[in-house]
Design a protein around this ligand. Structure first.
Ligand SMILES: [Zn+2]
Length: 763
């Protein structure tokens, strides 16, 4: 009798998770609609409430907040695995930590045990770009499946995988975009764009922050990745409406050279597997090896941390509203043609209706295929992960023995920025306790030493070395193949400090690995205190990302400034300011903004004639306008400056700089260059400009480097801008102008050129 009771209890306890799972509400139960219905979107408040219920009711799901988002909402991660794995999560975590650092493994027997008992750790991140609404909605569908399904495939995943799900990488934007959409759905403004950046500071660039780690959402995600070192990170995104229906890796060339070959092959096999699964399900329009490259670490943290980063990009609709794509819109893209069958696009989509149901369907299938691969190949993923990390701790032949950041450098803001990034990326950095020499060079006490035989040495090497981006052409002699993003990221140039690669033994006492320093941003004296100029920053309803990055820098420096919208400027507030800043934005966009009928009236019209006149009067009456890149044209037009772009007429086979670090020569007589050396490194990209000046009112404060201006990255036709004006000053009426041809605040990274901008901000 007793025995029978015990076995009944055992049976009951085995059944308990299943019973609990049955009470997990479906998205339809909770939201009143399915995830991925046309014109139906749940916002972040509603989604987090649902995730709380899943965590309460399903023994497979644990929910935590990793910290606040930029505007203070909870940034959430779900840990989803079998109840048995949850019960021994700490032990599984320890196994993963050991495999991530082969130096901690005692021998072959222990290694074998780790391979036998470990689990594949997979992180899936959704909705980094809030207007790509499928990801964050599909996240709830995926979480529900994983929390409740008894399908054998799902159980296999739960047994073999620890699934870390970040259901939104940008909850702030999700909340804004969904509320905006729900407010306007069914009106003429259905699917109208949100008139401000959906990540408060960075907008779409929130996906270019994976080595600078400036935003809360990046910081939390990287901390979670460092906590677990997933073998796979899947980033679910959306692309334009007109080409393939979904993209999976392999990525196209170039791949950044510090990525381990076994990461590349892992990415290739997994992406191709996902494509195979979807194609076998009859889904059309799946493309691999197209469009997206793997060069910049700004989008690929995991490639330097033992993990495969799988980007998927599904074709968008109009937010949650369906669209119709006519086949005439298909054509050549990068490395495929969406109108034609090819090996990497074997089953073209014929066009027609496309909407949120399709998007969520494709994305969910992709995610489940990825999790299935992770589960079925558990041992491969663990062995491959260990192998990548082992090669790193043994040091690659291509890497130096160590990188040294010499102590006592002038720009401590830059040194600390770099150290912060390296240490946050789990790179071990030590301080030398006394002076030493290695490789024939002397280094003072307090120098930082980064030995290159450590797990994430590849990250350090990539960030510290100079980039030599390959000269890729669309065909021999043809135009350059456009990089997906940019071609350079050398910390020493961006942050203005010296780092030295050395070979040889560093024979000096070293500290324990240092903690990440905080940012060390100090406002120049002339911008602090009651005497500081009163600064205004123009904030358009077509808000450009550089304007957001600029606000981030100002906020970090705790600089006083106001942001002004069109109506403020039209209303005459400029008389209360000394300096007005226009970040990179075209003259047309500044003047005209959105057209009438595109958005509700308060967001249309730009500065308008009245606002433009107010800016003109502001300068005539003694104000200073600082205008950057495209905005400089707005200002040049306004005052009829005789300046032009020297590269305006050049074809892209003659001149092309897609995002590189160049040399700038400074004129010491300008107050804008005060306190700076005679040369510095600057950021130049597609929206940058070099000038021809034919106007006696205009002075040149800096020129692009003469000879070969390239420092890192890739330049085609650099001779066209060599020695040409880069920063212009002009006195107009009682006021003045400063025009920057390049971007002095590239994604909050160009510490080297911040002083130029700060110096320009004067009464
Ligand atoms: Zn995206």
């Amino acid at each position: 009798m007793i025995r029978r009771l015990i076995s009944a209890l055992v049976a009951l306890s085995i059944l308990a998770p299943a019973l609990a799972a049955q009470s997990v509400p479906t998205p339809r139960d909770h939201f009143g609609f399915d995830m991925g219905e046309d014109r139906k979107l749940a916002n972040w408040d509603q989604l987090t409430a649902y995730y709380e219920i899943l965590a309460e009711r399903s023994p497979r799901v644990v929910m935590e907040s990793l910290g606040p988002t930029t505007i203070g909402q909870p940034f959430v991660m779900l840990t989803i695995t079998s109840p048995e794995n949850h019960a021994r999560l700490e032990e599984l975590h320890e196994i993963q930590m050991k495999l991530s650092d082969p130096r901690t493994i005692s021998g072959a027997a222990e290694l074998e045990r780790l391979f036998d008992t470990g689990k594949t750790v997979v992180m899936i991140t959704h909705g980094i770009h809030a207007t790509e609404v499928g990801g964050s909605q599909g996240a709830a569908r995926l979480a529900h499946i994983m929390a409740s399904s008894h399908d054998e495939k799902i159980l296999e995943i739960l047994d073999n995988v620890i699934f870390l799900q970040i259901p939104s990488l940008n909850p702030d934007g999700l909340q804004w975009v969904v509320n905006w959409y729900n407010e306007h759905v069914g009106t003429e403004f259905e699917a109208a764009p949100l008139p401000w950046l959906y990540q408060f500071y960075t907008g779409h660039d929130n996906n270019r922050d994976w080595y600078a780690f400036t935003q809360n959402e990046t910081i939390h995600t990287v901390a979670a990745q460092n906590e677990w070192h997933p073998q796979i990170v899947h980033d679910i995104q959306q692309m334009g409406s007109n080409g393939a229906r979904i993209f999976f890796p392999p990525y196209i060339e170039p791949w950044e050279p510090n990525i381990d070959p076994a990461i590349t092959t892992a990415v290739n096999q997994l992406g191709t597997y996902m494509a195979a699964e979807l194609t076998s399900q009859g889904k059309k329009g799946v493309v691999v090896n197209a469009q997206y490259d793997a060069f910049t670490p700004a989008r690929a943290y995991m490639h330097y941390h033992g993990g495969a980063r799988i980007l998927s990009e599904t074709a968008s609709a109009r937010l949650a509203s369906p669209t119709t794509v006519s086949p005439e819109r298909f054509g050549p893209g990068r490395n495929f043609d969406s109108s034609r069958r090819s090996w990497n696009f074997p089953n073209p989509w014929q066009g027609g209706d496309w909407g949120l149901p399709d998007i969520v369907d494709y994305q969910t299938s992709g995610a489940l295929a990825l999790l299935t691969n992770a589960a079925k190949n558990r041992r491969y993923w663990l062995e491959n992960f260990y192998g990548v990390n082992k090669r790193a701790v043994d040091k690659w032949d291509e890497w130096p023995d160590a990188w040294i950041i010499p102590g006592g450098q002038e720009n401590q803001t830059g040194v600390k920025y770099a150290l912060r990034s390296l240490v946050m990326a789990d790179v071990e950095v030590h301080r030398a306790e006394s002076s030493f020499s290695v490789g024939g060079m002397q280094f003072p006490a307090g120098s930082y030493v980064i030995p290159m035989n450590q797990p994430y040495a590849g990250f350090a090497n990539s960030m510290l070395e100079i980039q030599y981006y390959p000269d890729l052409r669309e065909y021999p002699g043809g135009p350059p193949q456009r990089p997906y993003d940019v071609t350079a990221h050398t910390f020493g140039y961006l942050f203005d400090f010296e780092a030295v690669a050395i070979d040889g033994h560093v024979g000096v006492g070293l500290s324990e690995a240092i903690e990440a320093p905080e940012f060390d941003f100090r406002l120049p004296d002339h911008l602090a205190g009651s005497d500081a100029p009163r600064i205004a920053m123009y904030k358009s309803w077509q808000e450009p990302m550089p304007e957001g990055w600029q606000r981030w820098v100002f906020d970090q420096f705790e600089m006083a400034y106001d942001t002004l919208h069109d109506a403020d400027i039209r209303g005459g507030v400029l008389s209360g300011y000394d300096v007005l800043i226009f970040q990179a934005q075209s003259a047309e966009s500044i003047r005209e903004g959105y057209d009438e009928g595109q958005l509700p009236a308060q967001y249309t019209g730009g500065l308008g004639r009245q606002g433009v006149a107010a800016v003109k009067a502001f300068v005539q009456n003694g104000g200073r306008v600082i205008a950057i890149e495209a905005a400089a044209e707005f200002v040049a037009d306004l005052f009829e400056l005789e300046v032009s772009s020297v590269t305006a007429g050049l074809s892209n086979t003659d001149f092309y700089i897609p995002g590189s670090i160049l040399r700038l020569e400074l004129d010491p007589s300008s107050e804008i260059t005060e306190g700076m050396r005679s040369e510095t490194a600057i950021w130049y990209w597609r929206s940058s400009m070099a000038y021809e000046v034919d106007d006696s009112r205009v002075r040149v404060a800096a020129r692009y480097g003469s000879g070969d201006p390239l420092l890192s990255g890739w330049v085609l036709g650099g001779e066209h801008i060599a020695g040409k004006p880069a920063i212009l000053e002009a006195d107009i009426g009682d006021g003045s102008l400063v025009l920057f041809g390049f971007q002095p605040n590239y994604r909050a990274q160009t510490v080297a050129t911040w002083p130029l901008l700060f110096n320009a901000m004067r009464k």
